[in-house]
Design a protein around this ligand. Structure first.
Ligand SMILES: [Zn+2]
Length: 473
């Protein structure tokens, strides 16, 4: 890892060690559950996930999606209907084959994703064009037997999952859905301060059963990328396998066109990784489980300082801010340490000086910046500081992402841990050769497209296609 200015510290020196430690110390999860790859959501971590889910829900509800909850178990015969899908997941599936002392007649599997649970029912739900588009989603736990080393939030065998499934009368309808999904992703990324690249995956890297896949890739502090979301165009691949049809206006029966949009608890891991520092987490105010922590600094007149803190707390609660007071017996230094570790966006330090002047000392977690604020202006100050933090965190991460993309003409220029961008002839054999030689993945081409005229970095054939290449987490 290159050590640029400001890239010192434990996070950049040994990311894995830093990350594994910080997620547990900050209280995002408990890794002591006795099944590998399955962690416990602690109250603080789960609240962060729920706040992200709240934003996701708001965005998908506003675009006409409806929330559902399907059963966890899927019958084997339903799972086996779409051949590419089975091939993609069969090594990762957990099976339930016994109930009590008896073997089950029909083996059941724990959903690794819910296409095979939902699609047999879609045909019952959809009769005519009037039932379309069908837009549903669920937020559930899914199970995939990861063989690579597991990692909190990023690579788990049981994980929290958002999945939206849509059916449309036409391919254009499904294409418009992909665009809408990307708009949702864009809005969500502002809320969670996580810029990304929306890249159309290569054919050999698309979701099993999809016609094409758009991955949303974020940059990790290692210079590697992590896929945060997958948006998939299925066309009629699944609707043919599951016989999902509708009657159009002319009375003809046609297969529906389908899409899906998936995201997982990885978002929590990515936020921790991108914004955290050696002191702990740094959380965006819009989703932080605790948005403001008031720290009473007490040496003498205890009661008056605590009353003053309580007054500030109530003012902030009136505008729905998640605020608490750390009135523990700890010394102020330990309280600051704890607030920093948990990534609480704003700390309000209040002692006898603040009480006397009717002020508070406001400290930003992201910059460490401190300033004195009048008590009467506290609501406006907090609101505007939240907006500034939110914007600054997004912009800093975006700059980091852009700084880590390097244009190349030849394969031999690929050396460091970063994202490389270069020409590719679009031949699968040549693409796989690029991956073999570099040991990295071709992430794909920018969804929105970009102008290029040049040569393939490997075979030197003329091309107008640019691809992004990186190591992935
Ligand atoms: Zn080539």
């Amino acid at each position: 890892m290159g050590k640029k200015d400001g890239k010192n510290g434990k996070k950049y020196a040994d990311f894995n060690q830093w990350y594994n430690k910080i997620v547990e110390e900050a209280g995002l999860c408990d890794k002591r559950y006795p099944v590998k790859g399955m962690n416990i959501w602690t109250p603080f971590g789960w609240k962060l996930m729920q706040n992200i889910d709240r934003e996701t829900r708001r965005l998908v509800n506003n675009t006409g999606h409806q929330e559902v909850k399907f059963p966890l178990l899927v019958p084997q015969k339903e799972f086996e209907k779409e051949s590419d899908h089975i091939a993609g997941f069969e090594d990762e599936v957990y099976w339930v084959t016994r109930a009590g002392r008896n073997e089950l007649d029909i083996p059941l599997l724990l959903r690794p994703t819910s296409e095979t649970a939902m699609y047999p029912v879609f045909d019952l739900w959809i009769r005519s064009h009037a039932d379309l588009p069908l837009k549903i989603y669920q937020m559930v736990n899914v199970f995939r037997y990861e063989t690579k080393q597991t990692k909190a939030f990023m690579r788990m065998r049981e994980f929290h999952f958002f999945e939206a499934h849509t059916c449309h009368a036409t391919e254009e309808g499904a294409e418009a859905q992909i665009k809408e999904d990307l708009e949702i992703m864009e809005e969500l990324s502002k809320k969670i301060c996580m810029p990304y690249l929306a890249l159309v995956r290569t054919d050999w890297d698309k979701f099993p059963g999809a016609d094409y896949t758009v991955g949303a890739d974020a940059l990790m502090p290692t210079g590697r990328t992590l896929q945060m979301a997958g948006i998939h165009q299925y066309k009629t691949n699944f609707s043919k396998a599951y016989d999902i049809t509708f009657e159009d206006e002319d009375g003809d029966h046609k297969n529906v066109h389908q899409t899906t949009y998936g995201m997982a608890e990885r978002l929590v891991g990515a936020i921790a990784a991108i914004h955290g520092d050696d002191k702990g987490l740094v959380l965006p105010p819009e989703i932080a489980p605790i948005q403001v922590r008031i720290i009473p600094i007490i040496y003498g007149d205890e009661e008056k300082v605590l009353e003053y803190c309580q007054d500030i707390k109530e003012r902030l609660e009136k505008i729905d801010i998640d605020v608490d007071i750390d009135d523990s017996e700890e010394r102020p230094g330990s309280k600051f340490y704890e607030a920093e570790l948990k990534g609480i966006p704003i700390r309000l330090d209040i002692g006898s000086d603040e009480l006397e002047e009717q002020k508070v000392t406001l400290v930003r977690r992201d910059t460490g910046g401190k300033r004195s604020v009048n008590k009467e202006e506290i609501v406006d100050e907090i609101t505007s500081t939240f907006e500034n933090i939110q914007e600054d965190m997004y912009e800093r991460a975006k700059e980091e992402l852009e700084d880590n993309i390097e244009d190349i003409e030849e394969l031999s220029e690929i050396k460091e841990e970063k994202i490389y961008r270069g020409g590719w002839c679009e031949k699968e054999s040549c693409g796989k050769e690029i991956e073999d030689i570099t040991g990295r993945d071709i992430l794909g081409t920018l969804y929105e497209g970009e102008e290029y005229e040049g040569k393939c970095i490997n075979c030197e054939e003329k091309t107008d296609t640019l691809v992004y290449i990186s190591n992935t987490h």
